[in-house]
Design a protein around this ligand. Structure first.
Ligand SMILES: [Fe+2]
Ligand SMILES: [Fe+2]
Length: 305
């Protein structure tokens, strides 16, 4: 159990103020973004994609096989996935596709957008799959669930980070943490359709992680020490999405972490691996970054290894 992921912040929660407009550079060359996009697209050819309507045996869901904690975990992750318009909106604001940015930034953003729209479509499928699951299992009914999700979904989603590479590093950690949680939850669940849903979702989150890891790695290779501080900032102030807005988040996070042993700082070691892979000639700044990220992991998580 992680005190970091489950306790309210000691200080009064800072209001995350989002910088306006284009995320700051140094940006990757558009060709580097395009390479990452192609790798991402190749990881989900048509034959391997899935849709909510046909991929799952909804009529066979057996809610009696779910524990109270598992029902609560499903409700929690539905909120997280259903906030997609907030996440997508952030990318639209920080990587504009209009005349507010210069041509180089536009071309960079246009390449990134190829990923963003596919990513959004996949995340939206996650939200729909979990909605459908809750209805099929009788955990909620559609009208009530829509209103409950809407109440949280209309709250703003912002991140305080100035730099593009910070937004990518944030998504890297968040996608990996989500993948790990789905895998841990799947390991304790005994309901076949939920297992199937979690398998599909965790495979997608793994691919999303890989894309963001690719961008962070490319940024370190291109820009070296110049992007170390922006990456460090992400870990220094890390909160999972909705941690500062979802009603009852911290109590709920404690409960879901108990249901499937989970600690979001487990994802930090994946960031350290990306940094180590990217940097051939280590510098003091890079060494300090990896030490810092490792130190931000909760003691229990570190000792468990
Ligand atoms: Fe997702
Ligand atoms: Fe994802």
């Amino acid at each position: 159990m992680s005190t970091d992921s489950t306790s309210p912040p000691l200080a009064v929660a800072q209001v995350a103020v989002e910088p306006p407009g284009q995320a700051a550079g140094p940006l990757l060359p558009a060709a580097d973004v395009a390479d990452a996009v192609v790798s991402f697209m190749r990881s989900s050819p048509v034959g391997r994609r899935w849709d909510v309507e046909s991929a799952f045996a909804w009529s066979t869901v057996d809610a009696d096989r779910l524990t109270e904690g598992q029902r609560s975990a499903v409700a929690f992750i539905t909120y997280i996935e259903d906030h997609l318009p907030g996440y997508f909106g952030l990318y639209a604001r920080r990587f504009p596709l209009d005349e507010s940015v210069d041509l180089d930034a536009f071309v960079h953003n246009r390449e990134l957008y190829h990923f963003t729209v596919r990513w959004a479509q996949e995340e939206d499928s996650h939200a729909r799959a979990l909605f459908e699951y809750q209805v099929a299992a009788g955990l909620s009914d559609p009208a009530r669930l829509r209103i409950e999700l809407g109440r949280e979904g209309r709250k703003p989603f912002t991140l305080p980070h100035e730099h593009a590479v910070s937004l990518f590093a944030y998504a890297l950690v968040q996608e990996k943490a989500t993948q790990i949680y789905y895998q841990q939850l799947r390991a304790v669940v005994d309901e076949p359709v939920l297992i199937d849903v979690l398998n599909h979702l965790s495979r997608d989150e793994a691919r999303h992680f890989t894309f963001f890891a690719d961008l962070v790695e490319k940024s370190l290779r291109r820009h070296g020490d110049r992007v170390v501080e922006p990456i460090r900032d992400v870990i220094a102030g890390f909160r999972m999405p909705l941690a500062d807005t979802l009603r009852g988040y911290w109590r709920w996070a404690l409960k879901i972490a108990d249901t499937a042993s989970y600690d979001h700082t487990d994802a930090y070691e994946h960031l350290i691996r990306v940094v180590n892979r990217a940097v051939d000639a280590r510098t003091d700044r890079v060494d300090e970054l990896t030490r810092f990220v490792a130190a931000c992991r909760t003691p229990a998580a570190t000792q468990a290894r």
